[in-house]
Design a protein around this ligand. Structure first.
Ligand code: ZN
Length: 430
């Protein structure tokens, strides 16, 4: 099936279309996964799965917080063009978020149009019916901030419907390892007190070392949460036997900062700690392991899934199918863009080969240029010395920006009605 999908070999009997399973893990930065060389064994299941899957070494989120990134995944459009850019949480609920407009054809809608039954289980209040993310799904289960074990329980409740479906698209969004970080055992005890891996300590500035000392426990908890979600994914994949039947995509919506550039959490910047995410793709019955260096983005998932199913890819998408790059190991050079445009903050980054242009428009504008190959931690700004490179990337950004219209979402999410407020109060959210 793997080769048939990739090469479209003539003469083989047509295989039935596979199920499609998209697993998104909130707030998972790639370099804290052992899948990407982290010294703590945080992702043993993904490590195993990678022996029969394709791993993208340089995958980027489209933004550094949930709503714009996930809207980009589902529309294959950059945040500026799908319009989901702003919105905040207050007391656990979503306030004033841009609504994902109904006129985009989302990944779920296009698959539903091809006979897929579509089911989603979402744990993030930014990704609900109310915010426009249920488009195309037969059912979207909303479990705000619940841990992976509860998520699995709800997915398994869908088992009869999944089995009855001729073909299905299942999207599961896990909330761990998002803050508040929980000490997950037995992993937390294994990491507790051990020196943080070098990749988690970054630069050597004494002030930052001191600050990191205070973060040690947070990082130990964060890492233990990665183990917990990894173990939960193993349970789900085994329970539904997804390895033999499904096209499987596992990724994240954004990373998490631990003071690498003096910020914490996410949605604060577009430095790599906030936008470099894991991406693993497994074609049904894939036997070979692949590692791909070419830079890719969340917007590529939508066309890749359609291509793998031999379905027509709609025009006007920002992403491109990754099947050619899986086949050949290298893809055409192209710009990978991330945007953060939220209230008082407006940032964008454009990565071209190993070069990353990072511009902040507001507040406190800056222009920086990094060579990610020699400086993955983005410590050394080369904008003053690599002036020719800076000019080239700035021109690419201008061309890219001219290609993608800036859409202002015509709707914000509606405030909760009295009935919903009552329900939320009962659940303890208000
Ligand atoms: Zn998120």
């Amino acid at each position: 099936v793997y080769l048939t999908l990739l090469m479209g070999c003539a003469g083989d009997p047509p295989s039935p279309p596979p199920d499609v399973v998209l697993i998104t893990i909130d707030t998972l930065r790639a370099d804290h996964c052992s899948l990407y060389g982290y010294e703590r064994p945080t992702t043993p299941f993904l490590d195993e799965l990678a022996e029969r899957a394709t791993v993208f070494e340089n995958a980027s989120a489209s933004s550094s917080w949930t709503a714009p990134s996930m809207a980009s995944l589902f529309t294959s459009l950059p945040p500026r063009s799908h319009g989901v850019r702003t919105g905040f949480y207050r007391k656990g609920k979503v306030v004033n978020q841009d609504y994902l407009q109904d006129d985009f054809e989302t990944l779920a809608e296009v698959l539903a149009g091809h006979g897929y039954r579509a089911f989603g289980v979402s744990t993030n209040a930014a990704l609900t019916t109310r915010t426009g993310f249920a488009q195309g799904f037969d059912a979207l289960t909303e479990l705000w901030w619940e841990p992976a074990a509860v998520v699995n329980e709800h997915v398994l409740r869908l088992r009869a419907e999944l089995e009855a479906a001729d073909r299905y698209f299942l999207w599961v969004h896990y909330f761990d390892p998002h803050a508040e970080y929980v000490a997950q055992e037995p992993w937390f005890s294994e990491y507790e007190g051990s020196p943080p891996p070098a990749t988690a300590t970054g630069p050597e500035e004494a002030t930052r070392r001191e600050a990191l000392e205070k973060l040690k426990v947070s990082i130990e908890k964060y890492d233990s949460e990665i183990n917990y979600v990894d173990a939960s994914i193993r349970k789900l994949v085994e329970a539904l036997d997804l390895e033999s039947s499904a096209l499987l995509v596992i990724t994240s919506d954004h990373g998490e900062a631990f003071l690498e550039h003096w910020t914490l959490s996410h949605g604060q910047s577009l430095f790599q700690e906030e936008i470099r995410i894991p991406l693993l793709l497994r074609l049904p019955d894939q036997r070979e392991s692949r590692r791909i260096d070419a830079p890719v983005s969340l917007v590529d998932i939508y066309p890749t899934i359609l291509d793998a199913l031999s379905l027509e890819i709609p025009s006007g998408l920002a992403g491109t199918s990754l099947l050619p790059v899986i086949r050949d190991g290298r893809g055409p050079a192209r710009a990978i863009v991330a945007e953060l445009d939220r209230g008082t903050r407006s940032d964008h980054s454009l990565t071209w080969q190993q070069w990353k242009l990072y511009q902040r428009e507001r507040p406190n504008p800056f222009v920086r240029l990094f060579d990610l190959r020699t400086d993955p931690g983005e410590r050394e700004d080369l904008s003053a010395t690599e002036t020719e490179r800076l000019r080239e990337l700035t021109e690419r950004w201008a061309r890219w920006k001219a290609t993608w219209p800036y859409v202002v979402a015509p709707r914000k999410v509606a405030p909760f009605g009295p009935e919903e407020q009552e329900r939320l109060r009962a659940l303890g959210y208000l």
